[in-house]
Design a protein around this ligand. Structure first.
Ligand code: HEM
Length: 138
């Protein structure tokens, strides 16, 4: 990006979200626990067409989550139902890396909001995938 915006960003828009999302998945791809899920679905080249489409979807998703901007009209869960064996720890690792990146790219109040939204979504995925079963009392 070559505009006046400085990191950490204090504004949420398509450009700052895209920067976060792109850098986050660059790290995710290199992560031993997370990388294989994404490589299986989208390949290892962030410049390919599938990744391009995924980034566009995620930019829309985060614009909706963060500032309520209409655009994302999908259901985030279904792709996560077909990832193969996946564990609570996998989601914890995703959240850890996401937390690190949001804090690097956004001021704390905005980073906090990103993280809260992501945590709620991860909890729903964990619930939907039945990964919580052993902790449930009923
Ligand atoms: C263990 C953690 C996770 C893994 C391995 C994972 C993996 C994936 C994969 C492989 C896709 C499908 C890409 C495609 O084929 O198009 C996807 C889509 C997506 N993921 Fe995740 N994900 C994880 C956690 C999360 C979390 C916590 C969020 C939300 C904060 C999230 C949000 C999304 C969204 C919005 C999509 C696009 C759904 C659509 O197509 O409408 N993911 N994810």
């Amino acid at each position: 990006m070559s505009d006046a915006q400085q990191i950490p960003y204090d504004v949420v828009n398509r450009e700052t979200i895209h920067h976060l999302v792109h850098e986050f998945y660059a790290v995710v791809l290199k992560d031993d626990a997370l990388g294989p899920y994404f490589i299986n679905s989208l390949g290892s080249d962030l410049d390919n067409g599938k990744w391009h489409e995924h980034f566009h979807t995620l930019d829309d998703f985060w614009l909706l989550m963060m500032i309520g901007k209409p655009g994302y009209s999908g259901d985030p869960f279904p792709p996560h139902a077909f990832l193969g064996p996946i564990y609570i720890e996998t989601f914890e690792q995703w959240l850890k890396l996401f937390n690190e990146k949001t804090r690097e790219y956004f001021i704390p109040s905005i980073a906090d909001k990103f993280y809260k939204k992501a945590e709620i979504m991860a909890e729903q995925f964990i619930e939907n995938l039945g990964l919580n079963d052993e902790d449930d009392d009923d």
